[in-house]
Design a protein around this ligand. Sequence first.
Ligand code: GLA
Length: 387
Amino acid sequence: MINPDSLKKKFFEIYGNPEQEPRLFFAPGRVNLIGEHTDYNGGYVFPCALNYGTYLLIRETNDDFIQFASVNMDWKGTIALDELGIKKGEEWVNYPLGVIDQLKKNGIVPKGGQLLYAGDIPNGAGLSSSASIELVTSYALNKLWKGNLLVIDLVKLSQKAENEFVGMNCGIMDQFAVGMGKKDKALFLNCETLDYELVPLDTKNYRLVIVNTNKRRGLTDSKYNERRKECEIAVKYLSKEKPIQNLSELTLDEFKRRESLIPDETIRKRAKHVISENDRVLKAVPALKEGKLEEFGRLMNESHDSLRYDYEVTGYELDTLVDESRKVTGVIGSRMTGAGFGGCTVSLVEESRVDQFCEEIGESYTKITGLEPDFYLPEVGEGTREL
Ligand code: GLA
């Protein structure tokens, strides 16, 4: 957890002028419980916001520059207001820059300022560190620059920033969960209509445990974008009989009747994952509402297996972690969360067995992979806000 006072101290060390108070904003990370790689296919997702996330201290200045710094990341620098539209290599600052670019497109005029970021979610580990930076920035700057945009507008604009400026063709799930999350609730979201329902996340005598594989992610964006293309190809094939706009228009039964329209086995498997995953979300939500946690856990397991064999976005470390987790007594479900190719798993573990789980997994996962996992016992937090 980040201490706001020490963050403020750091802010004054970097930017001086301690008589002028900065404002403090926070955007959470998110964990997706089920519904993976469905959002950009117009499908269902079921994420919740975490109590971990990104903090932003921010103060206006009277000059024509924005100064960026982060406690966790190396790059820091000053950018002139008229140069905000230029991408900075592969640096983290591209997320704020992309957001500012979108704010400008919404008629909001940038002003000088000093910004300090600090995060307590691991970067690039499938817990939406990027969306968290985007939302904390868009939310804070919308306030400071008197943008009057609603949180839902900030959600959409942040996704656009990532698509258009950063070049990652992500769906809407992360920004939505980070922006609109509510304490102790999971968001059952239809990504096509953006209709959503807040579902109490009552896990009874089980706990959500997040484990980071700590595998370095490489090429994630390009593989992710490749999956998106494969889904578009699947839509073309499946449209031969009756046109569809996206894979989520088909039920599992409809897909089974039409799947022979797809000649390529890989493309067929990709479509099968998306459509079966939607089906799982539609079963998981009532299971949770009715307190059927074992059923929920079983669906989590099926989700991972589908991501592993049909969508092929898991990899050695995630699969090892999931396999080992399922062997531990008291674990009723375990799956990867987020884009995949590395990053985190989420498991449902019997409360009284959590310590044992961390101990056993710490040992077995390290023995097999040589990597040390990190454990998080998250609470379900509120969405983006000023503190
Ligand atoms: C990443 C993307 C999301 C979503 C997930 C996979 O987190 O940002 O839009 O597609 O992967 O479910």
